[in-house]
Design a protein around this ligand. Sequence first.
Ligand code: UGA
Length: 438
Amino acid sequence: MRLTVIGTGYLGAVHAACMAEIGHDVLGVDVDAAKIADLSAGRPPFYEPGFEDLLARSLASGRLRFTTDLREAAAHGEVHFICVGTPQQAGSQAADLRYVDAVVDGLAPHLSAPCLVVGKSTVPVGTTVRLTSRIARLAPPGVRAEVAWNPEFLREGFAVDDTLRPDRIVTGVTSTEADETLRRVYAPMLAADTPYIRTDPNTAELVKVAANSFLATKISFINAMAEVCDAAEADVVTLADALGHDTRIGRQFLNAGLGFGGGCLPKDIRAFAARAQELGAGPAVAFLDQVDEINQRQRSRTVLLARRMLGGDLTDARVTVLGATFKPNSDDVRDSPALAVAAELHRQGAQVRVHDPEGAAKASLAHPELWCGEDLLTACQGAELVLHLTEWSHYREVDPDKLARVVRTPRLIDGRNALPHDEWRAAGWTVKALGRPA
Ligand code: UGA
């Protein structure tokens, strides 16, 4: 099938390459000419395990091309996937839909044959209905373009695998033709037992924000328990393990620590609360404000713990932060909890060095005031406190004996509860973590 994928960020670029991989003829589209040049040359604009090889294969197959021209896209696609960002609006909690709207506005006038426009971006409920009338207004007379929503559930760091082997497909469609078209798109990659949920567009849009809200709530729940554990001198990791054995609860997303960040969970729960408010259902999701608040509090609790460990004053203290990205196996630093803590430590007077195996360049751009680098020993040289804030596997492989010889004082905050504390203590480190007894 001839597909276009409009918006080639993390979601779109991976979707486009995966669709080519399963045999479709794909045109990726973006307004950013530099990004299109990189992708066309096989250079991924971001770090994502497995993506570079996939991109190279798809380009070599001749089934994947890129352009900045929406006119070309309109001529190419039987199905147009919208994968542009829906960031938080400046000065508001709501989602900014200007990029989604711009795709529709740019595409519709050039359509010359019936097609299906499929949104994959995370949007406020009601967007499909709104875009349906927008497209009908802008498309040439007699050209029918149907809109459907098909949310994406991929995780950064596992994007390729999550796209090619999804744990479910959800489509919100209003006609049998649209349903059949989407089933044909996905047929080559679906296992016989992959759940395929066809529903209406409103429900499909809601599934996505409900899923991310649930995940965010689970993380904030365990971080709230960590706060109680700190007050009661109990251990949140053992608590999470014990809870997780209940299959109704499950152990995943109960890792207590610095909390969630990234380009999705924080802005999605805010946009959901704002949209619910507009619909008159604000009280139903008022708890999401608390989820957000608990999450933000883990950042300030971490800064406070650092202050306490350094005797109450951060002025000129030499501090090293391990990890800059919002999660491991990604170079994405959007709303990174680790960088937020690093920036606050710097603001309070500390001399901060940030290490990250893949995200140092993007971290430097976002926070020019911070030293960011990829050499661990240089980053830790002379440190009076090391904070482990993004759980890259590299850090679990560090020899705490060797690192103790490089730092000035072997003091560690494990902000992700992911390092072997006993080994670090045996090597002479003072180790502290949120929700763990001293
Ligand atoms: C999230 C969802 O997991 C995806 O299903 C969804 O498709 C995606 O958002 C999206 O909307 O595009 P992602 O943002 O890649 O995916 O990352 P997660 O793995 O969900 O992690 C989010 C944050 O939560 C990270 O900062 C991570 O460190 C933190 N986290 C995760 C915890 O603090 N504790 C946990 O137990 C799990």
